[in-house]
Design a protein around this ligand. Structure first.
Ligand SMILES: C[C@@](CO)(OP(=O)(O)O)[C@H](O)COP(=O)(O)OP(=O)(O)OC[C@H]1O[C@@H](n2ccc(N)nc2=O)[C@H](O)[C@@H]1O
Ligand SMILES: Nc1ncnc2c1ncn2[C@@H]1O[C@H](COP(=O)(O)OP(=O)(O)O)[C@@H](O)[C@H]1O
Length: 279
């Protein structure tokens, strides 16, 4: 039996961009939450390291050495000083370049998977460093629990008892790919203030996603998605995640979420959606 891990879909409940850094990155403050669903990875023992990609969003995604799954595997091999292989299979269920982790979640899931498959003992600090090297979001995805992120997004604080687990959520993507770097570049450079401390949901409600205006400027349909979600019954918060274009809504009840999912599917049959829960 191959081992399995989920690349849990990531949501930024709020994302405050504070300043542009000399290294081209941006200091930010964000509240990460994770969904119960995502991409599915499996791995079995093998002599060579291989990746096979299946699933609704697998088409067009390179399964070569540039894939974040293989980059994570190579980095782990190097850190552990081993040359063991693995036959990895990625079921790509999340849209690519869509602000919900995607590749970052896959890289993190691959790390968790291969640590188990290879039965290697890698210190947490080493895993964190490998993850941070793969992408600003990968350390958060490695943990895949509610977190507050600062710095590039890789200085993390676990939000114990965040009160978010089990909250019904609907993800909606209008099927436009939005690359992360260009959205940060289009941020207007105005610091609109810190993200509040304390209760994560209250902080998120009082907060914002500073990447939403530049993402909307590039893809106006994002405004339509947020407006459609915000108008649904039982919505607690509707917003774009990350650099877009996926938007999310948190609901009071699973019935409200399912009603919203039905309405979205009826009105916008081309859009992708996922009805799930926060974990
Ligand atoms: C915006 C966020 C919010 O969680 O999520 P996504 O939209 O990618 O899901 C993340 O900060 C994305 O993290 P990740 O996708 O891992 O970023 P990376 O691969 O490290 O960087 C891609 C590009 O984004 C920009 N970038 C990223 C993070 C950051 N704090 N400042 C930046 O300016 C840089 O231009 C960088 O070259
Ligand atoms: N396993 C993977 N899943 C998705 N994208 C991947 C993967 N491996 C590499 N990539 C690359 O990463 C890019 C997505 O990065 P990014 O824009 O940061 O996505 P997101 O906003 O969804 O986190 C894609 O353009 C894709 O070429």
């Amino acid at each position: 039996m191959p081992l399995a891990e989920t690349g849990f879909a990531k949501i930024n409940l709020a994302l405050h961009v504070r300043r542009r850094r000399p290294d081209g990155y941006h200091d930010l403050e964000t509240l990460f939450a994770f969904c119960a669903d995502g991409d599915e990875l499996t791995a079995g023992p093998a002599d060579a390291l291989t990746l096979a990609i299946v699933g609704p969003f697998g088409e067009g995604l390179s399964a070569g050495e540039d894939n974040l799954v293989l980059r994570a595997a190579r980095a782990l091999q190097a850190a552990a000083g081993i040359a063991r292989g693995a036959a990895i299979r990625l079921d790509k269920r999340l849209p690519v370049a869509s602000g919900i982790g995607g590749g970052s979640a896959d890289a993190a899931a691959a790390m968790r998977l291969l640590v188990r498959l290879w039965a290697i003992d890698v210190p947490d600090a080493t895993l964190h460093a490998i993850a941070a090297d793969l992408g600003a979001d990968v350390p958060a995805c490695l943990v895949s629990k509610s977190l507050r992120g600062e710095g590039k997004g890789d200085a993390l604080d676990l939000l114990d008892d965040a009160g978010l687990a089990g909250v019904p959520v609907l993800l909606v993507n209008p099927r436009v790919a939005v690359p992360t770097g260009p959205i940060f570049q289009r941020w207007d450079g105005i610091d609109r203030g810190a993200l509040a401390d304390g209760d994560p949901l209250a902080a998120a409600l009082a907060g914002r996603n500073d990447l939403e205006p530049p993402a909307r400027a590039l893809q106006p349909v994002i405004a339509e998605v947020v407006a459609a979600l915000a108008a649904m019954r039982g919505v607690r918060l509707a917003r774009m995640s990350g650099s877009g274009a996926t938007c999310f809504a948190l609901f009071d009840t699973a019935a409200d979420r399912d009603e919203a999912a039905r309405i979205v599917q009826d009105r916008f049959p081309r859009w992708w959606s996922l009805a799930t829960l926060l974990r």
